[in-house]
Design a protein around this ligand. Structure first.
Ligand code: LLP
Length: 421
């Protein structure tokens, strides 16, 4: 459920007509709903009720300071994957002991930054990383708390570009080698081995792959404890999918997920962490765009929008489906017609949807891409010299620009021309 609904035929973000925001900031832009963000965070938090747990929002999904502070104030921790994300989380007021550091390529500098600023744990992904982490921690007179990310070799049954839990993927250490790697970690002076980490992919629409992976983690926990490791924390990653197409069967809810976690891991008496990104931010955001032209082609009509693949890359990159709806609700019984919905970028890949059934639209009409809150703004670029589009946050009847649109000058003046050119 989200808070983007038609009221009297007009699309609202909570209590704000989306067209009012468009009039104030221009198009295209992203808009997020505070109530939806908080609702999704709380659903996860409550689903794990009864277990010692922390929901660490995977901030790669949407990392605006205002979003991080909204979730942080509600009690969320953060999953970060770079020094930049670590700094963003700290700047939004998230205490270090609520930040977990994931990622396959943490540099010594990033590690030092996190150790200096405070960190809940590092999710270590390789033996070379372990060595560097131990050396950096020791040089600072510190001991770094770690989990080790295991690759359970489970098929997440999701898009190949966002599956991470098969042995051919670059993530984690093979679970078959876990005991040897844990022994190695325990021998290093700068590390405190506290748990196990697993993340098998994103946009999973079935609980079975999660359950298969978590069962392997449960078995490994007992084995490692028998080996003498004090395993007391399990980080279960993120990945629960959202309904992008309202006509499809909805993915399992956080409550179903929580019940499965309790069933497979509850007996181990470990502290549980989860790292949801998409489920918290995805349906909490829209991208709003304007029709520039309606162009009649050979047997098809193109809706040419002012938003493009540089603003929302998911359709081009993952063939992702986003619901696209007009800001003015079509009258009941309005006949729909097929459009190819495209942006102005000079690539055929700049296509949001082909032969999508829509009510008739004309130049200057506004449309909203639903489910664009996660992996939308964060993956945007300035390709074709199109400045990054603004982000807006709504709460009740208020809205605020939380990242403004840069001017063309700002964009151009980041470049410098050497005097010898
Ligand atoms: N934890 C780790 C270690 C991850 O790598 C990810 C996502 C998450 C948590 C959060 O997963 P989520 O709950 O959001 O599914 N750009 C792609 C998605 C990439 C996901 C990368 N890792 C997309 O637009 O679909």
């Amino acid at each position: 459920m989200d808070h983007f609904l038609y009221k009297n035929g007009v699309l609202h973000a909570e209590d704000v007509p989306v067209a009012d925001i468009a009039a104030a900031v221009g198009t295209p832009f992203y808009v997020y709903s505070t109530a939806t963000l908080l609702r999704h965070f709380r659903l996860f938090d409550e689903a794990l009720d009864g277990m010692d747990h922390l929901v660490c929002y995977a901030m790669k999904a949407a990392s605006n300071q205002a979003i991080l502070k909204t979730l942080g104030d509600a009690g969320a921790g953060m999953d970060v994957v770079s020094g930049g994300e670590y700094r963003r989380a700290r700047a939004a007021g998230i205490p270090g002991d609520r930040i977990v550091f994931s990622g396959v390529g943490k540099t010594a500098d990033e590690i030092r930054t996190a150790l200096e600023g405070g960190i809940r744990q590092f999710n270590v992904e390789s033996e070379p990383e372990m060595e560097v982490l131990s050396a950096v921690a020791t040089s600072m007179g510190k001991v770094a708390p770690i989990t080790i990310r295991v690759n359970p070799d489970v098929d997440a049954k999701t898009h190949a570009k966002i599956a991470t839990g098969k042995s051919e993927n670059k993530f984690g250490i093979p679970i078959a080698r876990a005991r040897a790697v844990y022994a190695h970690a325990a021998s290093l002076p700068g590390l405190d081995v506290i748990g196990i980490d697993v993340h098998i992919g994103s946009q999973l629409t079935d609980l079975a792959p999660f359950e298969a992976a978590y069962q392997k983690v449960a078995d490994l926990t007992e084995q490692l404890r028998a080996d003498g490791h004090n395993i007391r924390r399990l980080d279960l990653g993120g990945g629960l999918g959202i309904p992008y197409e309202r006509t499809n069967a909805a993915p399992p809810l956080p409550t179903d997920y929580g019940a499965m976690v309790k069933r497979t891991l509850g007996h181990l008496d470990c502290e549980i962490e989860i790292e949801p990104g998409r489920l918290i931010a995805g349906n909490a955001g829209l991208m709003v765009s304007k029709v520039i032209y309606v162009k009649s082609g050979e047997g098809r009509d193109f809706l040419i929008l002012d938003g493009a693949m540089n603003d929302l890359i998911r359709p081009a990159m993952y063939d992702a489906y986003h619901d696209i709806i007009p800001l003015n609700e079509p009258a009941p019984g309005t006949e729909q017609q097929p459009y190819d919905i495209v942006g102005p970028v000079c690539e055929s890949g700049d296509t949001f949807a082909k032969q999508r059934m829509m009510p008739p639209l004309a130049a200057d009409d506004l449309v909203a891409f639903r489910s664009a809150g996660a992996y939308g703004a964060v993956m945007s670029s300035e390709y074709n010299s199109r400045p990054l589009i603004p982000e807006v946050l709504v709460k009740g009847d208020q809205f605020a620009v939380i990242r403004r649109r840069p001017s063309f000058e700002e964009m151009i003046n980041r470049d410098t021309i050497p005097e010898w050119v």
